[in-house]
Design a protein around this ligand. Structure first.
Ligand SMILES: Nc1ncnc2c1ncn2[C@@H]1O[C@H](COP(=O)(O)OP(=O)(O)OP(=O)(O)O)[C@@H](O)[C@H]1O
Length: 462
C-alpha cells in the first residue's frame, strides 16, 4: 500500500490478545501504533511520544467494572496534555459510564468487541479532531505573538519627546488607512523605521514590504527595477522578472529618497501611480497593481517644486499624509533613552558589561549637533562599546565628529580645528537655514549653481 499514513495511536488495555489484534489491523492505517498493558506507564509514554489518539480501557483490575480506573487515567492524561484525544474502550453494559466520561473530556468510545471498520472510522474522526486542536493551539500561539507585537507597538522606535509622541499618534491614525504617506526628515532620523511601523500596523501586514532606494537607481535600470522586464528585452534580462511594484502587490511599496529622482523618471513614476498599472520592459500588456505607497526624502521637496526640480503633481500624489521626523538635536530629551537602548543592545552583542552612559557623557551628547542623527548616535555608541574599558561610558569613550560639535556652538567655531569640507558644510547649512531650504537662493548666496549645490547636499547628507 503506497498511501501515506498519518497519526500516532496508543492503545492501553490489559487484554494482550485484544492489543495484538488491534495493532495488526491499525498498523495498516496509521503511521505508528503502540500498545501497553500497564496504565501506570501512561504518563511516561505520553511524555515521550506525542500521541494523536489514546485508546484507553475503562477497567484494568480483574473483576472490576466500575470504570473508576478509566476516569482516573482520563483525568491524568488531560492534565498532562489538555489537547489530548482519548477514546474509551467499554464493554456493552458500560455505555452510561462512557457517556459520563465524554462529559469529562473523553472524545468518543468504542464498544468491545468491535468491528474493525467501525473502530477505524472512530479513530479517523478522533485524529481529525486532534489535528484541529493542534491547529487551534498554533493559532492561539500566533495570536499571542501578534498581540505582544501590538502591545510593544513602537518598541523599536525609541522616543518620548512631544515631537515623537506626535509621530506615534500619526502612525497609529494612518496605518490602517490606505493613504499615501510622505515621510520627511534629515538623514538617519528613522524614516525607514517609521515606514516599516506603518506597514506593520496596517491591514497589509501579512503581505510584503518592498523598499526601493530611488537615490541609487540608475536611469537605465529604473524601469526594469520598478516595473520589471521580459526575458531578452535587454542584454542582462536573462529571465522574466517582476519589478518592485509587482513584488509589493497587496502590500506596501516604500520609495526611499524620492527627492533624488530625475525629472524624466518622475513622469514615469507618476504614470504608474496614477494608473495603478505597470508594464514590464519588453511586454505590451500592463498589469494591475494594488499597493500602499510610502515615500521618504531628506530633500527640501517643497522648495524643489518651487524650483521646478520636483513635479508638483507627483508631490500631491504622494503626500496625502505627511510625517516630519524631527532631527535629534531638536529632541535632546530622547538622547538618554536612545543611549541606554543602544548601550544595552551593543553590550549584549559584543559581550561587554557596560551599563549606561555617565552624566558628563550625556551632557556632552546633549550639546552635540548630531548631523547624522540617530544613525550617527547608534554608530558612535557601537564604537564606544567596543573600545571602552569602563562599565559606565565616559565622555572620552565617545568619538564625535568635529563638525557636529562646531555647529552646535557656531559662535565658537575655531577654524584651525576644521578642514575645508567641514567649513563648506557649515556654510551650506547656514545658507539653507537662512533661505528656508530655497535652493536657488541658497546657491546664489554661496556662488554655486543649483546642480553643484545638490551634489554637495548629497555628499554631506544635508
Ligand atoms: N527612534 C529611533 N529609535 C531607535 N532607533 C532608531 C530610531 N530612529 C532611527 N533609528 C535607527 O537609526 C538608523 C537609521 O534609521 P533609518 O534608516 O530609519 O533612517 P532614515 O531616516 O531612513 O535614514 P536615511 O535618510 O539615511 O535613509 C537605523 O539603524 C534605525 O534603526
Amino acid at each position: 500500500m503506497n498511501e501515506q499514513r498519518f497519526g500516532k495511536i496508543l492503545i492501553v488495555d490489559d487484554n494482550e490478545d485484544l492489543l495484538k489484534a488491534a495493532k495488526i489491523f491499525l498498523k495498516r492505517h496509521f503511521a505508528q501504533v503502540d500498545t501497553e498493558t500497564n496504565p501506570d506507564l501512561l504518563p511516561i509514554l505520553t511524555h515521550n511520544e506525542n500521541y494523536d489518539v489514546i485508546l484507553l480501557d475503562m477497567n484494568f483490575t480483574k473483576d472490576v467494572s466500575s470504570g473508576q480506573e478509566g476516569f482516573y487515567w482520563l483525568d491524568r492524561i488531560l492534565e498532562l496534555d489538555p489537547s489530548a484525544v482519548v477514546v474509551l474502550i467499554t464493554a456493552y453494559g458500560d455505555v452510561n459510564l462512557a457517556v459520563k466520561a465524554i462529559k469529562e473530556g473523553a472524545t468518543d468510545f468504542v464498544l468491545k468487541p468491535w468491528e474493525n471498520e467501525r473502530l477505524l472510522a472512530t479513530l479517523n474522526s478522533a485524529l481529525q479532531l486532534r489535528q484541529s486542536k493542534l491547529e487551534v493551539n498554533l493559532l492561539k500561539d500566533q495570536k499571542q505573538t501578534l498581540q505582544e507585537d501590538i502591545d510593544n507597538k513602537f518598541k523599536d522606535i525609541i522616543g518620548q519627546s512631544p515631537a515623537m509622541q506626535k509621530v506615534f499618534e500619526t502612525i497609529e491614525r494612518v496605518a490602517s488607512t490606505d493613504a499615501n504617506v510622505l515621510i520627511l526628515g534629515e538623514n538617519g532620523t528613522g524614516k525607514e523605521l517609521v515606514a516599516r511601523a506603518i506597514h506593520r500596523h496596517s491591514r497589509r501586514n501579512r503581505e510584503a514590504f518592498v523598499g526601493v532606494d530611488l537615490g541609487s537607481i540608475t536611469t537605465t535600470l529604473f524601469e526594469s527595477e520598478l516595473f520589471g522586464h521580459k526575458k531578452g528585452s535587454f542584454t542582462d534580462a536573462k529571465e522574466d522578472r517582476a519589478g518592485r511594484f509587482e513584488q509589493a502587490h497587496k502590500g506596501t511599496l516604500f520609495l526611499d529618497e524620492i527627492g533624488n529622482l530625475p525629472m524624466a523618471l518622475q513622469s514615469k513614476l507618476l504614470a504608474a501611480l496614477q494608473n495603478r498599472q505597470v508594464t514590464r520592459v519588453g511586454a505590451n500588456k500592463p498589469v494591475d497593481v494594488n499597493i500602499r505607497l510610502i515615500s521618504a526624502t531628506n530633500m527640501p521637496i517643497y522648495s524643489m517644486v518651487y524650483e521646478n526640480t520636483f513635479r508638483q503633481d507627483l508631490l500631491y500624489r504622494i503626500n496625502t499624509i505627511e510625517i516630519t521626523l524631527p532631527p535629534l538635536r531638536d529632541r535632546v530629551e530622547d538622547i538618554p533613552l536612545l543611549a541606554d537602548h543602544f548601550i544595552s543592545y551593543y553590550s549584549k552583542k559584543y559581550n561587554k558589561d557596560i551599563r549606561k552612559a555617565s552624566e558628563p557623557l550625556l551632557k556632552r551628547m546633549a550639546k552635540y549637533h548630531w548631523p547624522g542623527n540617530i544613525r550617527e548616535l547608534q554608530h558612535s555608541i557601537e564604537r564606544a562599546v567596543i573600545m571602552s574599558n569602563h562599565n559606565v561610558l565616559q565622555p572620552e569613550d565617545l568619538f564625535l565628529n568635529k563638525m557636529g560639535q562646531a555647529e552646535k556652538s557656531e559662535e565658537n567655531v575655531s577654524l584651525e580645528h576644521l578642514n575645508i569640507e567641514d567649513v563648506e558644510r557649515i556654510l551650506i547649512r547656514k545658507a539653507l537655514q537662512k533661505h528656508n531650504g530655497h535652493i536657488t537662493r541658497a546657491a546664489e548666496e554661496l556662488g554655486l549653481t543649483r546642480s553643484s549645490l545638490y551634489r554637495r547636499l548629497e555628499k554631506y547628507g544635508l
